[in-house]
Write a protein that binds this ligand. Structure first.
Ligand code: FAD
Length: 377
C-alpha cells in the first residue's frame, strides 16, 4: 500500500473489520472462558495472510507496512485481545529479516507466513523483566555451537510456538539473540500461567537446559543482542499500543451500544448528561491515543530519530486509555458490566496487562523523561 493512499488503508481496515466480526468475535468469550488459544481465528486469519503481513512477498508475506500492521491489531483487538496478540506474535521474527542471514530467512520465514510455525520471544526472566540487562540466561560457545542455559518467564505463546527468539548473555556485559526450536533437546515448558486476562493466549516459562544450537541459529552479532533487541522492541511497542487502542475502541463501541438500549427512569440512559459526559471522555481518550499512535507510526516509517520517544509516548497513552476506557465501560453497564455475559468484563481484564508488558508504563516514563531532557536540557 502507498503510504499516502488513505482510500487503500480505509478499504483494508474495512476488510479486517469484517473479518474480525465474522471470524474472531464469535470465539472471543469462549476462548477466554476455556483458556485456550484462538485456533479457529488464527487459521481463518491465514486466508487474509495476516500472520505473514509484515514479511516480504518473496517469502510468502505481504510486505505490509507499520500502519497496516497497526490497523490489524486495532480492528482485531476491538473484538478479541487474545486473538490480536496471537496474530501479532507471528511478527516477532521480523528480527530475522533485520539481522538474519538469507539462509535463516529462507529456512524460517516461509513456515511463519504459511501458518506452519508460530513464534515467541524470551526476554523476561524470573528475577526480573524491567532490568533486561540483568538477564541471567547464558549462551556459551562450544566449538562451532552455542550451549544455552536459563529460564524465560511469562512467555506469550509458550509451548504453542515452534520458534523462540531468546535473549542470552554471551559475555559478562554482552548479549546475543538465538533462534531456539521447541523440539530442540533441552527445551521444556512450565505450567500454563493462570491469568487475570488475555486468557486465550498461552503464557508459561520456557526452560533451557544445555540447549545446543549450531552457529546457524545465532541471530546477528552475538555481542550486539541488546542493541538489536532495542530495534525490535520499538516495533513491538507500536504493535502493543495499537493492540491497547483496539481494546479501548471495542469498550467504547460496547458502551455506546449498551447505553443506547438500556432504560432507566423511562428513558435510555444515553440521554442522561452524566452518562454522555463519561462517553465523551472515553471518546477523547481513544482519539488522543489514536492520533499519537499514528504520528509515532509516521515517524517510524520516515526514520525520524524521535520515533523511539514517540513510540513510548504512544504505548503509555494507548494502554492508559485502554485501562480507563474499559473501566468506564464496565461502570456504564452497571451490575451487568460485572458479569461474564458482557464483553466489557473481559475487556477490562485484558486491558490491564497492556500497562505492564513491553516495558511497564513506569519504565516507559523513565525513558520518555530521559529523551525529553536529552532534547530540551
Ligand atoms: C501476560 C503476559 C505476557 C507476557 N509476555 C511476554 C513475552 O512474550 N516475552 C517476554 O519476554 N516477556 C513477557 N512478559 C513479561 C513482561 O514484559 C514483564 O512482566 C514486564 O516487563 C515487567 O517485568 P516484571 O514482571 O519482572 O516486573 P518488575 O520488573 O519486577 O517490576 C515490578 C514493578 O516495579 C516497577 N519498576 C521496576 N523498575 C523500576 C524503576 N527503575 N523505576 C520505577 N519503577 C520500576 C515496575 O514498573 C513494576 O510496577 C509478559 C507478561 C505478562 C503478564
Amino acid at each position: 500500500m502507498n503510504a499516502g493512499d488513505t482510500h487503500a488503508y480505509n478499504e483494508f481496515r474495512g476488510t479486517v473489520r469484517r473479518f474480525a466480526r465474522a471470524e474472531v468475535a464469535p470465539h472471543a468469550a469462549e476462548i477466554d472462558r476455556d483458556k485456550r488459544p484462538p485456533v479457529e481465528a488464527f487459521e481463518a486469519s491465514l486466508a487474509l495472510g495476516l500472520p505473514g503481513l509484515p514479511y516480504p512477498e518473496r517469502l510468502g508475506g505481504q510486505g505490509g507496512d507499520m500502519l497496516s500492521q497497526c490497523i490489524v491489531l486495532e480492528e482485531i483487538g476491538r473484538v478479541c485481545a487474545s486473538t490480536a496478540l496471537t496474530v501479532s506474535s507471528s511478527w516477532i521474527l521480523m528480527a530475522v529479516m533485520d539481522f538474519g542471514t538469507p539462509a535463516q530467512q529462507q529456512s524460517i520465514v516461509p513456515d511463519i507466513t504459511a501458518g506452519r510455525a508460530r513464534c515467541a520471544w524470551g526476554l523476561t526472566e524470573p528475577q526480573g523483566g524491567s532490568d533486561l540487562m540483568g538477564a541471567k540466561t547464558q549462551a556459551r560457545r562450544d566449538g562451532d555451537a552455542w550451549v544455552i542455559n536459563g529460564t524465560k518467564r511469562f512467555i506469550t505463546n509458550g509451548g504453542w510456538a515452534e520458534w523462540y527468539l531468546i535473549f542470552a548473555r554471551t559475555e559478562p556485559k554482552r548479549f546475543g539473540l538465538f533462534l531456539v526450536h521447541k523440539n530442540d533437546p533441552g527445551v521444556s515448558f512450565g505450567a500454563q500461567e493462570r491469568k487475570m486476562g488475555m486468557r486465550g493466549s498461552p503464557t508459561c516459562d520456557v526452560i533451557l537446559e544445555n540447549v545446543r544450537v549450531d552457529a546457524g541459529r545465532q541471530l546477528g552479532d552475538p555481542t550486539r543482542g541488546a542493541e538489536n533487541i532495542g530495534a525490535a522492541l520499538m516495533r513491538s511497542r507500536l504493535h502493543i499500543a495499537a493492540h491497547a487502542l483496539g481494546i479501548a475502541s471495542g469498550a467504547l463501541d460496547e458502551a455506546v451500544h449498551y447505553t443506547t438500549g438500556r432504560e432507566q427512569f423511562g428513558q435510555a440512559i444515553a440521554r442522561f448528561q452524566m452518562v454522555r459526559c463519561i462517553v465523551a471522555d472515553m471518546a477523547i481518550k481513544v482519539e488522543a491515543a489514536r492520533a499519537t499512535l499514528y504520528r509515532a507510526v509516521q515517524m517510524y516509517e520516515s526514520g525520524d530519530p524521535q520515533a523511539k520517544l514517540q513510540a513510548s509516548i504512544a504505548k503509555v497513552l494507548c494502554s492508559d486509555a485502554a485501562m480507563a476506557v474499559t473501566t468506564d465501560a464496565v461502570q456504564l453497564h452497571g451490575g451487568y458490566g460485572y458479569l461474564e455475559d458482557y464483553p466489557v468484563e473481559r475487556m477490562m481484564r485484558d486491558a490491564k496487562v497492556t500497562q505492564i508488558w513491553e516495558g511497564t508504563n513506569q519504565i516507559q516514563r523513565l525513558m520518555i523523561a530521559k529523551d525529553v531532557y536529552d532534547v530540551l536540557a
